[in-house]
Design a protein around this ligand. Sequence first.
Ligand code: 5GP
Length: 207
Amino acid sequence: MSKRGVITVISGFSGAGKGTIVQRLVEQYGYAVSISATTRAPREGEVDGVHYFFKTNEAFEEMIRHNELMEYAGYVDHYYGTPRDYVMQQLEQGIDVILEIEMQGALQIKERFPEAVLVFITPPSYEELQARLTGRGTEGADVITKRLHRAAEECAYMEKYDYIVVNDVLEDCVTQVHQLVQSIHLKREHQQELIAKISRDFADHAR
Ligand code: 5GP
């Protein structure tokens, strides 16, 4: 295990099951999840400081000015962004952090934190996504059509991600994401302390 945590960005089409996957990663493996700031209004049941930090436009722009966000993006008329301090504190403590964010934000993270892992979650097929969105029963037909259109546009972003994981059987998908994060810990960039220690030990003994 490396000392520093890994940033894992999870994105994917609306209805791909990102929320459930993230919840499982937290419950089963102890990942930390960043709570985003947003200017959109809370939905029923959403709590400030739990689901999001709900902000006015002015307060959000103030956060931008003070460089308090690791990334931010406009999505359907509202700002969304990741507060920096919490994520940094977790990483320092060696805890892996998940950011469940949309694609423009994901690319900003990759640019600023090249060691971050970008994971794109997709359903096995268009038909499956359509069935899930319809089955959920939370959106009307016109909203579902809009989301499917948007998903079609978002396909182009898949090329920018490090890993593409199919959410067919939920448990398999959760295991795959966890395993790939584990493999990142073994990368050389994350093992500089170990390399230094082993090199020192060997040099000492070779004297
Ligand atoms: P919703 O309004 O449905 O909660 O979220 C809309 C979209 O914003 C989702 O794709 C979600 O992943 C994304 N999102 C949530 N928080 C952030 C954030 O901090 N930064 C960015 N770039 N996107 C976010």
